[in-house]
Design a binder for this molecule. Structure first.
Ligand code: ACO
Length: 428
């Protein structure tokens, strides 16, 4: 007989099936709980709740393992490209040479933006955050590219359309925010090279593409490409469960990513480091603030809901950072602070007891700074990388016959029923 879990509630014993994943993870299937008992489970932040079966990404937070479709993040970062990894996530398999060529052709074909979409940018206030612009622009794609069907081949093109255009939109947002001319995508450049060129090429000083920087950007985006049921992916699945179109669903993911506890952490890390640098805070003062329960300050770039020993992405990111900084012969004073903070936190009993280790964002800001990416574009860079993950999770969700519209329950803790009081009879 397969394994079951028993629950004793109101003197009644109930049996629930146990579900086992392909890596031996186990879940108690409580779908019949409320119907049978009237009880619900209470799990704020969903830390103990599985909301789907997924065959996309596997993580083991204790061992620091991350795999996409069975391939280790270390091998993908070393040997794959972002476009190939995106294909893998979305289709489930690595592409053949022909499939990869076809993918690149579509990415090129789809890279220019609809001219009318460009007009949107002109009316944003100059200091508008690029994440807000990006989320709005992706949502607007529903109106500019309305031909959405259920035909798989057409949907595959839609996925590539978003992956291609998001890069153009991001670079364009940056150029327009600087009041500079827009640089159009070039068909002779690879995905990452094209992005760097659209960001930095200028009529005065033409941008010189560097293979090491292109490689670093590939790795950066591979490391961010998926991370199973995190905050923004959950937003994508929840919004998508209402059968919303894919553009609006991805736009919701972008908004969810923006926050400093999630994708916005890379910007928050650099803001924090700059503050330490400019205001002359010591590492000791910083750690004391982070540990003070009455102080909202957190050591950004530390801690993770799942990783409790180390974040495998952080290890790879640190190495890429070293390569790029030495290649560019750049000394970043913030890197020195990073190193001191890391060392102090790793030897601090508070951080050790709570299993708080550097996450990917602790180093990614330093890498992006070295590449010349402005701080307010950091989370946009994350969003471009996470896009294939959101698409594959959305695709899996809509194809899953077990899935229903997301609609959690709550424990009501408000007032009991009371009578309405007319305004002239209300007392303060
Ligand atoms: N600095 C100081 N204390 C921390 C930190 C931190 N960075 N992270 C967690 N803690 C403390 C909490 O205060 C809490 O203490 P308590 O037990 O005394 O209440 C304990 O460690 C557990 O933390 P939670 O917030 O309950 O852990 P959770 O799993 O909910 O949060 C999170 C994970 C949001 C990543 C958290 O560690 C954090 O805020 N880190 C800083 C922001 C950050 O770097 N986010 C990026 C995450 S990676 C990504 O999204 C790509």
């Amino acid at each position: 007989m397969s394994e079951v879990a028993k629950l004793l509630i109101d003197g009644k014993e109930l049996t629930f099936p146990v579900i086992e994943g392909s890596q031996g993870e186990k879940a108690i299937d409580i779908r019949s709980l409320r119907q049978e008992t009237g009880y619900i489970t209470f799990d704020p932040g969903f830390g103990n709740t599985g909301t789907c079966r997924s065959s996309i990404t596997y993580m083991d937070g204790e061992k620091g393992i991350l795999r996409y479709r069975g391939f280790s993040i270390e091998q993908l970062a070393e040997q794959s490209t972002f476009v190939e990894t995106a294909f893998l996530l979305i289709t489930g398999e690595l592409p053949t040479r022909e499939e990869l060529t076809r993918t690149s052709v579509y990415l090129n074909d789809f890279s220019p933006l609809h001219e009318s979409m460009k007009a949107f940018y002109q009316n944003y206030p100059p200091k508008a955050h690029p994440m807000g612009i990006l989320s709005a622009m992706v949502n607007a794609m529903r109106s500019f590219y309305p031909e959405l069907t259920d035909i798989e081949e057409e949907m595959n093109k839609t996925y590539l359309r978003i992956i291609s255009k998001i890069r153009t939109m991001a670079a364009m947002a940056y150029r327009i925010s600087l009041g500079e001319r827009v640089v159009y995508p070039r068909p002779d450049l690879c995905y990452c090279g094209n992005f760097l060129n659209m960001m930095f090429d200028s009529a005065v000083v033409p941008y010189r593409l560097d293979d090491d920087l292109i490689r670093a950007l590939n790795v950066f985006w591979i490391l961010h490409a998926d991370h199973e049921q995190n905050c923004s992916t959950t937003a994508v699945r929840v919004v998508g469960s209402g059968k919303v179109n894919i553009y609006s669903t991805i736009s919701a993911g972008i908004s969810a990513l923006w926050g400093p506890l999630h994708g916005g952490a890379n910007q928050a890390v650099v803001n924090m480091l700059e503050k330490i640098h400019n205001k002359g805070f010591t590492v000791k003062e910083c750690l004391a603030k982070a540990k003070d329960r009455n102080d909202p300050f957190r050591l950004y770039g530390f801690g993770h809901r799942v990783y409790k020993t180390f974040d495998p992405r952080a290890k790879i990111m640190k190495k890429v950072c070293d390569v790029v900084l030495s290649k560019l012969k750049r000394k970043d004073p913030l890197l020195e602070i990073v190193q001191r903070l890391e060392e102090a936190a790793l030897n601090d009993s508070y951080f050790k007891e709570k299993n708080l280790y550097p996450n990917v964002d602790f180093y990614s800001g330093i890498l992006l700074r070295a590449m010349g990416i402005p701080t307010n574009m950091f989370t946009v860079m994350f969003a471009i990388g996470r896009l294939p993950g959101w698409i594959s999770q959305w695709k899996e969700d809509v194809a899953d016959t077990e899935m229903k519209i997301s609609r959690p329950r709550q424990i009501y803790s408000g007032k009991q029923k009371r009578d309405y009081i007319p305004i002239n009879k209300r007392t303060l």
